[in-house]
Design a protein around this ligand. Structure first.
Ligand code: HEC
Ligand code: HEC
Length: 268
């Protein structure tokens, strides 16, 4: 560092470099952020206007007049159209009354164009993940190895909450991770990219589309798989299944011990 400070510099050099850096960052940011954001500033976009109208009537009582959130519900600034598509597509939103978690299939059904309009309005409040097109979540052409890798990814990243066979499980504070059976590929993709409620957000940087596709491939294969023979323990995971083995195993040993003791007593 010494050779830097020993050189003579104009006193304005530092602030100027900083300004230049900030300017460059701004320029890069405006190029990188999706074009969808431009919808934001011009509230003359007919889809945004329609969405705002629907939003004011159906969502603003909980999420605030400008999506800023209230004590009843979180802010929607920056959650993106994908979050709206997920929440309304799985019929979690509009929630009937404030609660900690909105169950799937509990809200009225809205048309695709109404959901898209509200999504466009929410996206206009702040850049967030867009509704994915099919190429992002398509599992076409996945090999068996890739599907097996999806299983590994699932066990590492998801099964702690959703359980080994994706049938869901309870979390703390009365919340729960739902079963993933029958959830569409698009909604799985959107759940990962938006991190609903207690679920962590899996960003594209940490969890690329390829990984998401493999997990979806695995979940689809799981649903198509016939149940293997034997007693189905409901796929409750290692704890329940271990407990079952424990009870049968120890129970059997106790019975054998009792039988031996009885036999011994008779022999005497
Ligand atoms: C009765 C109150 C209520 C109403 C009405 C309501 N919401 Fe919500 N909303 C909530 C609550 C509470 C949460 C957080 C709990 C959850 O995610 O399950 C939430 C979460 C969300 C999220 C997830 C935010 C995130 O961080 O990912 C979105 C998106 C959303 N709502 C959109 C809407 C839209 C769009 C409407 C109108 C069609 C709507 N909501 C109507 C209460 C409400
Ligand atoms: C920390 C716990 C946790 C982890 C880890 C987690 N999830 Fe979730 N997930 C949840 C919760 C809680 C919800 C319910 C959110 C709600 O109701 O708003 C959920 C919802 C979902 C949904 C929506 C299902 C539906 O009913 O519509 C999908 C799909 C999903 N998760 C997939 C995954 C995948 C795939 C992974 C791993 C990459 C994962 N989750 C990791 C807690 C988790």
């Amino acid at each position: 560092m010494r050779f830097l400070s020993s050189r003579r510099r104009h006193p304005a050099a530092k602030p100027l470099t900083l300004l230049l850096a900030l300017f460059l960052m701004g320029a890069v940011y405006s190029v990188v952020t999706p074009a969808q954001q431009s919808v934001a500033d011009s509230n003359t976009n007919p889809q945004v206007v329609q969405g705002k109208g629907l939003y004011d009537v159906t969502c603003s009582s909980c999420h605030g007049l400008n999506g800023e959130g209230t004590s009843q519900a979180p802010s929607l600034i920056g959650v993106g159209a994908a979050a709206v598509d997920f929440q309304m597509g799985t019929r979690r939103m509009p929630m009937a009354k404030p609660a900690a978690q909105a169950p799937r299939n509990s809200a009225p059904e809205y048309s695709e164009s109404e959901i898209a309009a509200i999504g466009a309005y929410v996206a206009s409040l702040g850049a967030g993940p867009a509704v994915p097109d099919q190429s992002k979540y398509s599992t076409a052409g996945l090999t068996d190895e890739e599907i097996a890798r999806g299983g590994e990814l699932f066990r590492t990243n998801c099964s702690a909450c959703h359980a080994i066979e994706a049938r869901g499980g309870a979390l703390s504070n009365g919340a729960y991770a739902p079963s993933l059976q029958g959830v569409s590929s698009k909604h799985i993709y959107e759940a990962l990219r938006t991190g609903p409620q207690q679920m962590p957000l899996f960003s594209e940087g940490a969890f690329p589309d390829k990984d998401v596709q493999q997990v979806i491939g695995y979940l689809t294969a799981l649903e198509e798989q016939p149940q293997h023979g034997g007693l189905d323990l409901g796929g409750l995971g290692p704890v329940a299944e271990g407990l079952f083995g424990w009870i049968i195993g120890i129970g059997g040993l106790v019975l054998v011990a009792m039988w031996l003791a009885k036999k011994g007593a008779r022999a005497r």
